[in-house]
Design a protein around this ligand. Structure first.
Ligand SMILES: Nc1nc2c(ncn2[C@@H]2O[C@H](COP(=O)(O)OP(=O)(O)OP(=O)(O)O)[C@@H](O)[C@H]2O)c(=O)[nH]1
Length: 360
C-alpha cells in the first residue's frame, strides 16, 4: 500500500490500477465504441497523470447474464424514496414547498453532429428570468404548455414556436399533420419509462474544456444513452441554469482558487460562505410534469437529487436510478486529472454520491 492510500475508505481501490485493465471485463458495454480521445492518446504516449485512486476496482462487477445488449441502453437499479432503505441515502433533501409554474415558449429541432436529432425546448417560469431548457430525445414526449392554443395565434405562429406535429418543410401551412392514411404506420407512444438527466449548467466543464469536473462528459454520455436506437421511450435532459452548484460562475472560480490553495470542493464553498450545494430542483419537477413524465429513470449518483426532483408531493416518481460512472473507470477514455480525482473523492466522501453501489 502506498502512503497516499492509507486514509482512503474501503471502497477505494486497494491498489492504484489504471482504468482499462481488469476493469475492462466489468464494463457496461451497452454502447457503440467511444472514439479515441485525447486521454487515450496521452495514455499511449505515457503522459497521463498517475492512475486513478478512485477505482474502478470498487465498482461491483455486473451480474453474469445481465449485461444490457448494446442498443437497448443502460440498466438502472430500482429506487424508492418513500422508504429509508430505498437507495436514496439518509440526508433530508431541501424540498420546495410548492412547484413553480413553467411554460415552454418555443421548441426547435436540432440535428446533431452525430447524425441524430433532438428537440430543444426553452422554458420561462414563475421564479426567475433565466431560460431553463429541456433537451428532448424522441417524438413521443411533448410539452403540454407548448401545445396548448394561445389567444389569436395563427397556424404560422404555432409552427414558428414549434407547436407542430411531424416535421416542418418548406410550404407547410398547418401545425397539425394530416391523419395517417389507411395502412400507413402511426407512431405510437412507448410504454417504457423514459430516461432523464437533470443537469446543472457548467460553463467550464461543458464549453471551456475544463478537466476540473466531469460535467461535459456527463452531458455527452446522457445524450448518447438517450439516442440509442433501442431507447424507444425517449429521454429528456433538463438543463438548469444553476452554474457552479447554484453559486454562479464568478463564485465558482473563487472556489477553484481556494481548491488550488488546498481546500476540497465542499470546503471551498463553505469558506466563501455558500452552502456546499445551493441548487434546487423544483423547476426540473415542473418541467418534467409539463412534458407529461410522472415516472422516470434518473441518470445520477446523487441521492439528494433523486428525492428533490420528485417534488414536495412526489409529483414525479423516480422508479430507477441509472448510475453515471466516469468513462475512465470503465476503460472508455474519459477525463483524467488530479483535479477530477479530488472532485470525485469529495462527491463520494462528503456528498454521499452512490458511486460504489448499483452496479453497471
Ligand atoms: N461550487 C462548485 N461547483 C462545481 C464545482 N465543480 C463543478 N461544479 C458544478 O456542479 C454542477 C454539476 O453537478 P451535476 O453533475 O449536475 O450533479 P451532481 O450533483 O454532481 O450529481 P450527478 O447527477 O451524479 O452528476 C455544475 O453546476 C458545475 O458547474 C466546484 O468545484 N465547485
Amino acid at each position: 500500500m502506498s502512503a497516499g492510500d492509507e486514509k482512503l475508505p474501503p471502497f477505494y481501490s486497494p491498489k492504484a490500477a489504471a482504468a482499462g485493465d481488469d476493469a475492462r471485463q466489468h464494463v457496461d458495454d451497452f454502447s457503440i465504441d467511444a472514439p479515441a480521445t485525447r486521454a487515450d492518446q496521452l495514455s499511449q504516449e505515457g503522459q497521463l497523470p498517475p492512475p486513478s485512486l478512485l477505482s474502478p476496482a470498487f465498482t461491483p462487477p455486473a451480474t453474469p447474464g445481465t449485461q444490457t445488449p448494446s442498443a437497448l441502453g443502460p440498466r438502472g437499479v430500482p429506487v424508492d424514496s418513500s422508504t429509508p432503505s430505498g437507495g436514496c441515502g439518509s440526508k433530508k433533501p431541501k424540498l420546495v414547498e410548492s412547484l413553480p409554474t413553467v411554460e415552454c415558449e418555443v421548441r426547435a429541432r436540432i440535428p446533431t453532429v452525430n447524425n441524430g436529432e433532438f428537440f430543444l425546448h426553452v422554458y420561462k417560469n414563475s421564479v426567475d428570468s433565466k431560460e431553463h431548457l429541456a433537451i428532448v430525445f424522441g417524438d413521443a414526449i411533448r410539452s403540454k404548455s407548448l401545445d396548448a392554443p394561445r389567444p389569436d395565434e395563427t397556424e404560422w405562429d404555432r409552427m414558428m414556436r414549434g407547436a407542430y406535429t411531424g416535421k416542418l418543410y418548406p410550404g407547410r401551412t398547418t401545425s397539425s399533420e394530416d391523419p395517417p392514411k389507411e395502412g400507413q404506420p402511426t407512431s405510437k407512444a412507448s410504454r417504457d419509462t423514459p430516461l432523464v438527466r437533470i443537469h446543472s449548467e457548467c460553463y467550464t466543464g461543458e464549453t471551456a474544456w475544463s478537466a476540473r469536473c466531469d460535467c461535459g462528459e456527463q452531458l455527452d454520455e446522457a445524450a448518447r444513452l438517450m439516442s440509442l436506437p433501442g431507447n424507444s421511450a425517449g429521454g429528456v435532459i433538463v438543463y438548469l441554469r444553476q452554474e457552479g452548484r447554484g453559486i454562479g460562475l464568478g463564485e465558482k472560480l473563487k472556489a477553484y482558487n481556494l481548491q488550488d490553495l488546498g481546500s476540497d470542493t465542499v470546503e471551498a464553498n463553505l469558506l466563501l460562505r455558500h452552502p456546499a450545494d445551493a441548487r434546487s430542483y423544483g423547476l426540473a419537477t415542473a418541467i418534467l410534469q409539463d412534458l407529461g413524465l410522472d415516472e422516470i429513470r434518473l441518470l445520477t449518483n446523487n441521492p439528494e437529487k433523486i428525492r428533490a426532483v420528485e417534488g414536495p408531493n412526489r409529483e414525479v416518481v423516480v422508479k430507477e436510478r441509472v448510475p453515471m460512472v466516469p468513462l475512465s473507470w470503465k476503460g472508455r477514455g474519459g477525463i483524467r486529472s488530479q483535479e477530477i480525482e479530488g472532485y470525485m473523492k469529495a462527491k463520494i466522501e462528503k456528498m454521499g454520491h452512490m458511486l460504489s453501489q448499483g452496479g453497471i
